[in-house]
Design a protein around this ligand. Structure first.
Ligand SMILES: Cc1cc2nc3c(=O)[nH]c(=O)nc-3n(C[C@H](O)[C@H](O)[C@H](O)COP(=O)(O)O)c2cc1C
Length: 306
């Protein structure tokens, strides 16, 4: 059996497949379907200081090869997560990445401080790239200065590994990525959704109450792959890939581009077992060729085209 563990900075994951924030609840919802602790990790729904109801419905709609969502970061709040969800995840031995969201740097720091004290959290993922909220979302992730500032402030507030999630909508993503690296990020995750919209011609109205929503799913995979490739060439810290990954073949593209791990998102909506199937498929690919995960990471960067 080939070795599937990967290192993302100081953190070792059992295998390179995690779930993407907001598409896998708090993990426990999927425990009836498979052993969630067999995944490389679970990124929680974005946690805020106070519980949030999110945007009014309709909040999701299907699109060709994907979906639009404008959930608006509905979540139970960090306190309920720590007391009601985390103990169960800890008991199961799940690798937990807490995805956090706030509309001010101070609130990001308070959140990071709160999570730092909790056993069972393995890393923090900073969501500075949500397109579906009025304040504190994408405007942090679009601006290199603000991204660096929030990363530095959270870095100082926790000893946990710190991942920062990139927005594909930043005008100068290279500057944002470098600013986060310089401010002490341990890894970059990419990408968050891309804003889009849909209109129902029969009813002659917009489909989402928020009008716009974040596009996800296979439709964004080539964009995500291009961004991940560029980021890997740009920064020295590991990059974790997200965007339209539904199969092992999809995930392999990102590993071959140089990502150290991948996150499966929208695919879990149609197939709750998708993240595990992706992990098993990568293992089978490695075993068939006698390769380790490390042999795969970045391999397409040096190979000739097929
Ligand atoms: C319904 C839904 C909710 C999401 N909520 C969050 C969130 O709370 N925090 C976050 O960082 N990303 C959130 N995302 C973005 C995903 O984590 C991921 O970056 C994006 O969907 C692209 O991956 P995919 O194409 O595999 O879904 C959400 C995506 C969807 C579809």
């Amino acid at each position: 059996m080939t070795h599937q563990a990967v290192r993302v900075g100081s953190l070792t994951l059992k295998n390179p497949v995690l779930t993407a924030s907001g598409t896998f609840g708090y993990g426990l919802e999927f425990a009836p379907f498979f052993d969630i602790e067999d995944l490389g990790g679970i990124c929680t729904k974005g946690l805020s200081l106070a519980p949030r109801p999110g945007n009014p419905p309709p909040r999701i709609c299907e699109t060709p090869a994907g979906m639009l969502n404008a959930i608006g970061l509905a979540n139970v709040g960090v306190e309920a997560f720590c007391t009601e969800k985390l103990p169960l995840l800890r008991e199961r031995g799940v690798t937990v990445i807490a995805n956090i969201f706030a509309s001010s740097i101070d609130d990001f720091v308070t959140l990071a401080n709160r999570l730092d004290r909790e056993p069972g959290i393995h890393a923090i993922e900073l969501n500075v790239s949500c397109p579906n909220v009025k304040t504190g979302g994408i405007e942090f992730g679009r601006d290199p200065h603000l991204s660096g500032e929030v990363t530095a402030a959270v870095r100082a507030a926790t000893r946990l590994p710190l991942w920062v999630k990139m927005s594909p909508e930043a005008a100068d993503l290279a500057a944002v990525a470098r600013a986060c690296q310089d401010a002490g990020a341990d890894a970059l995750t990419a990408i968050n959704t891309i804003r889009g919209m849909a209109i129902d011609p029969e009813r002659m109205c917009v489909r989402l109450a928020n009008r716009t929503g974040g596009l996800s799913g296979p439709a964004i995979r080539p964009i995500a792959l291009r961004i991940v490739w560029d980021l890997v060439g740009l920064v020295d810290i590991p990059v974790i890939a997200i965007g339209g990954i539904a199969t092992a073949a999809d995930a392999l593209q990102f590993l071959l581009a140089g990502a150290h791990a991948v996150q499966v998102g929208t695919a879990s909506f149609s197939d709750p077992v998708a993240p595990l199937t992706v992990a098993q498929g990568i293992r089978a690919f490695c075993e068939h060729r006698g390769l380790s995960i490390d042999d795969l990471i970045g391999r397409a960067r040096t190979s000739a085209t097929s």
